[in-house]
Write a protein that binds this ligand. Sequence first.
Ligand code: NAI
Length: 494
Amino acid sequence: MSESKIYDLVVIGAGPGGYHAAVRAAQYGARVALIEKKNLGGTCLNWGCIPTKALYASAELVQKIRSHGKDMGVICDLKLDFTKAVERKNNVVKELTEGIGALEKAWKNDVFMGHGKILGGNAKDGFDIAIEGQESQKIKTKRILLATGSSPALIPAFNIDHERILTSDDILHPDFKIVPKRLLIIGAGVIGCEFANIFATFGSKVIMLEYLASPIATEEPMIVKELQKKLESLGVEINVSQNVLSVINTGSGVKATTCSAEIPRDQVESVEKSYFEADYCLVSIGRAKESSNLGLESLGIELERGAIKVNPKTLETKAEGIYAIGDVTGGIMLAHVASHEGDVAVANALASLGGFKIEPRSPDYNVVPATIFTNPNIGSVGIRRNQAKDLGYDLLMGRFPYMSLGKAKCMGEEEGFIMILADKNTYKILGASCIGAEASELIAEIALAMQHGLTVHDVAETIHSHPTISELVLEGMEDVFGMAIHKKGRPILH
Ligand code: NAI
């Protein structure tokens, strides 16, 4: 880099928010630098979405052969090799993270490995940024985008030692190749359930401890019930309403002490306790924002419980010219939301500089699909039934099971169902939840329909290829007005 080089945009953090934003800015002709202190790809590619989905693919294959091998005429002497599955996972991660480096290079973005810290400056004269790493250096930029993400939340009482009491980062470490005989999982949220499915399939006795009265409490209760049934059929023991008081490494295993989550905090000492023992423990109770040591305070950037506060319309922080996106802002902690926010922040940052063919814009969170990779997997978008009621909607619901679908039967994927919520007055789609084969893919069609304000009739009148799993969406939409072909309903004619 020449001494006088001033970047248009420096992005700190190369996760799915940051690396995506850096490419997007380059596509508009900006001079961009990307700073990353650990690995390109961030949590998603290294310790999150991608490695879990690679292991999930192994677990899915095992489950398929176990449940349908014989009746589909594929008879084999099934042997599981978790070490091999982990090695494959490591290769998938390696290839994809290397791909990010190549992508940034192709767009002529400068990538710096080290900890990025804002030293000072302003939107008019530019900002100075230090990169603290093997070779410390300073760079100058007109605009900054903070995309530093999150890390597993740590609670002192859980004594996370990274040996037996682990975070999701530890259990996804390239060298962690153990299938624990008994695995205790604290937190039956998205991460907890995804790992419960993987390790139970590979032979662990999984015991889950969840504080709330239900696992994945953010999903539709009917969907969660179906998932619970499936996890339990794999031998997973789900203990809800558990206040975990402590977890200790006993030397040969782990031991958790709990009491009922209904007991008030000041009375927990005196009540009866329960004890859970296992060989390893995974703590998956949410994530903490990575906002420390970025030089934010001197610039007047505000934090709220570790999250960087931004203007919700522009994603700009209190400091003009500095934007923040993704997990570190504490919003919807999903990779694809971070990428969306990256597009928005890039548009606003470059538009404020002038000279780029780009207009300012705001984020749009009306339609955010979410996917959970348990087997069967879950896809959801829009609002849930209880939210629709709270919002005062007059609700219509369509529901269609996989077992009534020809393609699902051929695939041996008869478990699960789709449910569609629609506004009774307008027939507009308000939300959908699906559990079953390819649920995570199906939800994309509904997201597109919702984003463009389509009605259930608009989707139902669209020809869906036969035989496909996507017909589940078609029949689910038709069931909203009681006219699914493969289900007896009560037609609503109008
Ligand atoms: P989460 O918020 O999904 O679940 C944490 C669970 O732990 C909750 O059910 C909570 O009630 C429980 N919990 C909290 N404190 C507890 C305690 N002291 N004792 C017992 N239970 C306790 O968070 P998770 O699973 O750690 O995931 C983190 C983030 O990563 C989430 O925002 C999630 O959406 C995202 N993620 C997304 C994935 C996907 O899109 N497929 C995959 C994995 C994670």
